[in-house]
Design a protein around this ligand. Structure first.
Ligand code: FES
Ligand code: FES
Length: 179
């Protein structure tokens, strides 16, 4: 086997069974020939070099690999990349806005929501899914939404504060835009 992922424009070995997929990642569409066994997390990290998506356990426990799949949070370590064919994936790299950091990123910075940072991309993507669905969550809502994401530094208190900070900031921004 020569490669896990080949953009169709590149060369590939013919002895590897592959399937052609088209996936939109962070707004950019990629068509690629991939092995059916390839995990979405590996496609993102090794194929597309989007290393913001971390893998901590490979067993759906830690949540470090969380990305949005058509807007819903999924653990990309236990999803096959071929399942993403025709779908939209958003990684932590896609959070940035043209004007800079997303309020969720600002919240983690302002409220010291990270220590080693390993869990941070997954936490942020789970938070994004929550705030897209519920722009004014309670502390309990945030804790439920992040229940599938583990922080080995045990920084949960500030992570929750960071998400609540972001919710408030996004609410203020919307109010300003409406006035
Ligand atoms: S690496 Fe996917 S849940 Fe831990
Ligand atoms: S900040 Fe280290 S694992 Fe969460």
């Amino acid at each position: 086997m020569s490669s896990l992922f080949n953009e169709v424009t590149s060369t590939r070995s013919d002895d590897v069974p592959v399937r052609r997929v088209t996936i939109t990642v962070n707004g950019e569409t990629h068509t690629a020939d991939i092995e059916p066994r390839l995990l979405l997390a590996h496609l993102l990290r090794q194929g597309l070099k989007l290393t913001g998506t971390h893998t901590g356990c490979d067993t759906t426990n830690c949540g470090a690999c969380t990305v949005l799949f058509d807007g819903r949070p999924v653990k990309s370590c236990t999803m096959l990349a071929v399942q993403a064919d025709g779908h939209e994936v958003t990684t932590v790299e896609g959070l940035n806005t043209p004007s800079g950091l997303h309020p969720i990123q600002e919240g983690f910075k302002d409220e010291h929501g990270l220590q080693c940072g390993f869990c941070t991309p997954g936490m942020m993507m789970a938070a994004k899914a929550l705030l897209d669905e519920n722009p004014a969550p309670s502390e309990e809502d945030v804790r439920w939404a992040l229940a599938g994401n583990l922080c080995r530094c045990t920084g949960y208190q500030n992570i929750v504060k960071a998400v609540l900070w972001a919710a408030e900031r996004m609410d203020d921004t919307e109010a300003e835009e409406a006035s």
